[in-house]
Ligand binder design. Structure first.
Ligand SMILES: [Zn+2]
Length: 141
């Protein structure tokens, strides 16, 4: 038995593969509707705005704003035992979609709703990269 238990890892499927392929290459990919110009996330088969099936993948800016967050102190999954306390954050991307992630590179006590963030990618078990967010490096970013 290993000393530590690994965090659960997302398993890309046929629909979400472009999201994870992009993340592995350092790009935050989102679905964009060619019928109504709307962005969508989470990954889906049809546009949530106009229900068209004309979704294509585009690289997002990777910039956004912290909407809200919670700091987890309980170990709900043994894979996260070495990570507590960690934040679970909702990030409003500039494209208009909200993503649940973690803000890294900052103490939890310094998190403030409305702060500007930018995406970074964290390799997970060497096979999957997961988008995380850090405080934006440039003013107005
Ligand atoms: Zn649409």
């Amino acid at each position: 038995m290993p000393d530590t238990i690994a965090k659960p890892s997302p398993v890309p499927d046929e629909i979400s593969a472009p999201f994870f392929d992009g993340a592995r290459q350092g790009r935050l990919m989102l679905q964009h509707c060619t019928a109504c110009d709307g962005w969508s996330f989470p990954v889906r088969e049809r546009c949530p705005h106009c229900f068209a099936a004309k979704l294509e993948w585009r690289a997002a800016s990777g910039k956004g704003t912290l909407y809200t967050f919670a700091v987890m102190h309980q170990v709900m999954n043994p894979g996260f035992a070495s990570s507590v306390p960690y934040n679970v954050s909702q990030v409003d991307l500039d494209e208009g979609v909200r993503m649940v992630s973690n803000v890294v590179g900052i103490e939890n006590a310094a998190l403030k709703p409305g702060m500007r963030l930018e995406v970074v990618f964290e390799s997970h078990d060497g096979t999957v990269s997961i988008p995380k967010f850090q405080p934006a490096q440039q003013a107005g970013a």
